[in-house]
Design a protein around this ligand. Structure first.
Ligand SMILES: Cc1cc2nc3c(=O)[nH]c(=O)nc-3n(C[C@H](O)[C@H](O)[C@H](O)COP(=O)(O)OP(=O)(O)OC[C@H]3O[C@@H](n4cnc5c(N)ncnc54)[C@H](O)[C@@H]3O)c2cc1C
Ligand code: FES
Ligand code: FES
Length: 482
């Protein structure tokens, strides 16, 4: 059984199909059709809902953290122990919520189909910001598509809603909701099943290891932003899933003198501050990773676990020399991330083995990363590049360079690195290293970019890196598009 609050109503679900998304649960099981399906693939934001979770802030105070998610990619089992808020819950005692009122007054609602998603993103923005901030408003809305180009009034509504932030029913009931969430806080592994389909929801790494041993055929479910597509886009059935998102040990970020240790189930949004602090370019990249909804649910472990050749974090982590800790039963092994990716979607992971954490070394000052995609926000890379050199008196003593989108796996550019090490860091060396990149990669052409474009981009990104290091005041990173 799983338990969660549907706004204020306690729901105890025994026999739901674990392949059911929150979107279909709301619409088909509860008849709440305010939440819309636009794409069922995480691209449009029409299905945005807000999920509240217990959270202890830096001062030790208990709070509820509200986050926007795409309900089309969220399986119901991941609601266990949380609060689900849909657009129907905002109007209170006959009054529109202040974010809805702002949409009305600023003429932000047009076709009506995507409006509920915008409203929910604005609601999450209002809950998470104290002052109007256009950058935060853009970030909050980047995952909501308006095809009639009505963004200007919607951004005006965002500003109004964050300026004028009267206490709402969620604020006045906060203490009660915290008490109710504590009362349903999971204490042991939960299970949601229907027929022969099941989703197990463990609370500890040890329980996960035991369950994965018992069900080696299970699919691990983290944020589901990749896995759920198998159901919503390819109409497959996932008979057994193990949800890792309730395992607190796998959601921790620990900072040591020489490294960060990031639990594999840490949401990408939660990775932001630690990685941005060490490596501003990593933070920059995370800003351009999908949308806020996807970053709120997608995890760093899932970005590695899906072994996509165009995943954004692997090239950066490989260039930084990151390692992963793999766990199977009571056995753990540490592996360089670059050795994890063997071939297209083939990894070094054994049966019943899972990624427990990611170890990111600290202290690489010449690290830079670049993402080339057609749109700035909410788009997958055509090419993603990460450069990490060490210079001693102008001579390159170490080089780690990795790319995504250039091969069947995220991959180091070994010939390019070999050309650089021992050479003087100047324009002539960079040109030789650019030529070597052609030996490292024979990229494919697809709808994102041609093979010629990919290779030329990779070479130009190396040139760009050189220019940026020569003139560090130049900030050209985010302007690279196809
Ligand atoms: C609209 C949209 C935009 C996107 N944009 C980007 C983008 O810009 N850049 C990018 O890189 N990706 C992007 N993605 C892909 C996806 O969001 C990311 O790869 C995300 O990090 C996956 O994490 P998750 O937690 O949702 O993984 P899930 O979907 O839960 O899992 C993905 C895979 O990893 C496995 N897995 C999960 N956790 C573990 C673990 N601990 N150990 C071993 N295996 C594990 C799962 O079994 C599954 O096979 C996008 C996806 C969508 C839908
Ligand atoms: S329906 Fe488009 S993001 Fe969910
Ligand atoms: S408001 Fe729906 S397409 Fe613009």
């Amino acid at each position: 059984m799983i338990q969660f609050l549907l706004n204020q109503e306690l729901r105890s679900e025994h026999a739901l199909d674990p392949n059911l998304t929150v979107l279909n649960y709301l619409r088909e099981h509860l008849g709440k059709s305010g939440t819309k399906e636009g794409c069922a693939s995480g691209d449009c934001g029409a299905c945005t809902v807000v999920v509240g979770e217990l959270h202890t802030d830096a001062q030790g105070a208990e709070q509820i953290r509200y986050r926007s998610l795409n309900s089309c990619l969220t399986f119901v089992s991941s609601l266990h122990g949380k609060q689900l808020i849909s657009v129907e819950d905002l109007k209170h005692q006959g009054q529109l919520h202040s974010v809805q009122q702002a949409m009305v007054e600023c003429h932000g609602s047009q076709c009506g189909f995507c409006t509920p998603g915008f409203v929910m993103s604005l609601f999450a923005l209002q809950k998470n910001s104290d002052a109007p901030d256009s950058q935060k408003a853009h970030e909050a809305l980047a995952g909501n598509l308006c095809r009639c180009t009505g963004y200007r009034p919607i951004l005006a509504a965002a500003e109004q809603a964050c300026c004028n932030k009267p206490a709402d029913q969620f604020d006045s009931r906060q203490a009660e909701t915290i008490a109710r969430l504590k009362a349903i806080a999971p204490t042991q592994t939960a299970e949601l099943n229907s027929g022969d389909k099941r989703c197990l929801v463990p609370l500890t790494v040890a329980d996960l290891a035991d369950l994965y041993d018992a069900y080696p055929q299970a699919r691990l479910l983290a944020g589901g932003t990749d896995l759920a597509l198998e159901v919503t886009q390819f109409h497959r059935t996932l008979p057994v899933m193990i949800y890792v998102g309730n395992i607190e040990e796998m959601k921790r970020i620990e900072s040591f003198d020489d490294r960060l240790e990031i639990g594999a189930a840490t949401a990408l949004s939660d990775c932001y501050s630690a990685l941005h602090h060490e490596y501003p370019d990593f933070g920059e990249l995370l800003h351009r990773f999908a949308s806020l909804q996807i970053r709120n649910q997608g995890t760093l472990g899932g970005n590695i676990g899906n072994a996509s050749p165009i995943g954004d974090s692997p090239p950066l982590l490989i260039a930084l020399g990151a390692q992963i800790v793999l766990c199977k039963g009571e056995t753990r092994r540490t592996l360089a991330l670059e050795d994890y990716f063997i071939d297209y979607r083939v990894t070094a992971r054994q049966d019943s083995e899972f990624i427990e954490k990611i170890i990111v070394p600290k202290g690489h000052t010449l690290f830079r990363a670049y993402k080339v995609s057609k749109r700035l926000d909410d788009d997958i890379s055509a090419v993603c590049a990460a450069f990490n050199l060490k210079l001693d008196n102008g001579v390159i003593s170490q080089a780690r360079i990795a790319f995504g989108g250039m091969a069947a796996t995220p991959k180091r550019a070994k010939s390019c690195e070999a050309m650089l090490v021992g050479a003087t860091w100047n324009a002539a060396t960079v040109e030789k290293a650019c030529a070597a990149l052609a030996e490292d990669f024979t990229p494919l052409s697809d709808f994102r970019a041609s093979k010629e474009y990919r290779l030329l981009s990779a070479q130009n990104l190396l040139r760009k890196y050189f220019i940026e290091l020569q003139t560090p005041h130049i900030e050209t990173r985010v302007t690279a598009y196809v």
